[in-house]
Design a protein around this ligand. Structure first.
Ligand SMILES: Cc1cc2nc3c(=O)[nH]c(=O)nc-3n(C[C@H](O)[C@H](O)[C@H](O)COP(=O)(O)OP(=O)(O)OC[C@H]3O[C@@H](n4cnc5c(N)ncnc54)[C@H](O)[C@@H]3O)c2cc1C
Length: 474
């Protein structure tokens, strides 16, 4: 018997799952197809090093997940999701002196920023009046009328600036400049680029609204909870079902692809017009990622023990050093002292490692498709701020840009955020179009991180794509 679906979703990352859920919540018959043997996309957890050590393959820490305007309203707790908070969201070790810490309390954050404390407070305070409205305005397609126009105008006034310029103009201490640069580094762009302050601000603001948590048991528990909720709404999931061409798809009124433009084009081929196809193929992905996971005999021995409180540690030193590292990755070079995003899930989630032992997770940005082994450079950077780190290593596992792309074709060249989010691609992802989730083929939609608002586990791309599909289905 041929089955007919209202919608088929290809790919079960956070956006594919969010799209499937939103469609099912609106009484659609939805089939979710996933190539790998389990759902999750960027939310996967495995014993990569030794038995008993659970490592997040990709996403690790979830400020966007816990604050997502869409995920927040889903009953994911009822389906097993448990966010684990930390007492600090970010720590930023420097060669000497106490590390700045980004914590929920403005006072406590300001306290460690010396003369920049009051400036940090003045900058953040206006955004903390209606932070959820701000996130709703930011985490979606560009809207003519935001929910809080004045707040958005204030945000925009700061956000358009390059992070380097913003940090130098607003702060005078090495600590505050570095703290801001570490947050802006999540943009995967040179920090001299317009708009990189936006990411610095968003990440800083979120840390004053919620502690950046991890998911108990690993990021895959977010996927499991979303999958279970989707099935409770009557949706069907089929894993081990790679879609190679349109012939692999069952009958459906709409198909939503949780895919980057390149794999999308490979599948749909002539189902989209050549001009649109050519525009998709011009989409730019940005630098790749080189990641190391460790099984550790104990916590990382940071020079400043306060760093151990944070879920995320930005390892890279000063604003200038971080800017140089990110500039190099963008321009096809390997910086000798790379800027690292390091996560310490096991410090708050005891399920991640045997008692008394810990997991370590860190990655740096590298030129797209790089094959250079960055393990020694990454470990040297950690050792710089945590002497004795190497002695704690029981085992390590390396993921290169090529490995990332093999795990998931969305990670083109090892780029893991759905494509470069610079001025020309931030709002017009993957191409400039009134509704970026639609395609010229009225049945086909894009719902991945290559659509607005871009990378991260928040499900907002999926939510907006589902809304676009629902309008067509009705
Ligand atoms: C190393 C790393 C660290 C990260 N850290 C964080 C973090 O700490 N916090 C955070 O919020 N975000 C983080 N991210 C980013 C986040 O994981 C991604 O932005 C997010 O997963 C994108 O979601 P998506 O739904 O668009 O696509 P994906 O998560 O890429 O999911 C796409 C799914 O589609 C499947 N698929 C692909 N092709 C096919 C096909 N032909 N047929 C069927 N299925 C297919 C894939 O197997 C995959 O399951 C990180 C990513 C990486 C790689």
């Amino acid at each position: 018997m041929v089955e007919h679906w209202d919608a088929v979703v290809v790919g079960s990352g956070p956006n594919g799952l969010a799209a499937a859920i939103e469609l099912a919540r609106n009484d659609c018959r939805v089939l979710l197809l996933e190539a790998r043997d389990a759902i999750g996309g960027g939310m996967r957890t495995r014993e990569l090093t030794l038995p008993g050590f659970l490592h997040d393959e990709c996403s690790a820490i979830h400020p966007m997940g816990v604050l997502s305007p869409y995920l927040r309203q889903l009953p994911l707790r009822d389906h097993g999701l448990d966010w684990v908070p930390f007492s600090a969201s970010v720590a930023h070790p420097l060669d000497d002196g106490p590390a700045p810490l980004l914590v929920r309390s403005l006072d406590a954050t300001a306290e460690r920023l010396g003369s920049d404390g009051p400036r940090w407070r003045r900058l953040m305070e206006p955004f903390l009046r209606y932070p959820h409205d701000l996130l709703e305005d930011l985490l979606g397609p560009l809207r003519p009328l935001p929910k809080r126009p004045i707040q958005m105008a204030r945000f925009g006034w700061h956000a358009w600036q390059p992070a380097t310029r913003f940090a130098r103009r607003n702060f005078e201490t090495r600590e505050a400049r570095a703290l801001f640069a570490g947050c802006a580094g999540h943009s995967v762009l040179p920090l001299e680029t317009w708009l990189t302050s936006a990411l610095g601000l968003i990440f800083s603001i979120t840390a004053h609204v919620a502690d950046w948590p991890c998911a108990r048991g690993g990021s895959e528990s977010i996927a499991r909870a979303m999958g279970a909720y989707f099935e409770s709404l009557g949706g069907r999931i089929e894993v081990g079902r790679p879609v190679h061409s349109m012939d692999d798809l069952p009958e459906a009124r709409a198909v939503l692809f949780d895919l980057a433009p390149r794999p999308f084009v490979e599948i749909v081929g002539a189902a989209i017009p050549p001009r649109y196809r050519a525009r998709l193929l011009r989409y730019r992905y940005g630098p790749g990622t080189f990641k190391v996971d460790w099984a550790l005999s104990g916590p990382i021995p940071w020079k400043d023990p306060a760093v151990g409180q944070a879920s995320t540690v930005h390892v890279g030193g000063t604003l200038e050093e971080i800017a140089a590292s990110e500039r190099d990755a963008w321009n096809g070079r390997h910086h000798p002292n790379p800027y690292l995003i390091l996560c310490q899930q096991s410090h708050a989630d005891s399920t991640r490692a045997p008692s008394g032992q810990h997991t370590g997770y860190a990655y740096c940005h590298v030129p797209s498709g790089s094959t250079e082994d960055r393990t020694a450079a990454i470990e040297a950077q950690i050792e710089r701020f945590a002497p004795g780190f190497r002695d704690c290593v029981l085992a390590r596992h390396v993921t290169t840009p090529g490995d990332f792309e093999a795990l998931n074709p969305n990670y083109v060249g090892g780029a893991v955020t759905g494509g470069a989010a610079d001025l020309s691609q931030l709002f017009t992802r993957p191409v400039a179009r009134l509704n970026p989730y639609t395609t010229p083929n009225p049945k086909l939609f894009l719902c991945s991180a290559s659509t607005p608002p871009g990378g991260g586990v928040h499900g907002m791309c999926g939510y907006y794509a589902a809304r676009a599909a629902l309008r067509r289905l009705r």
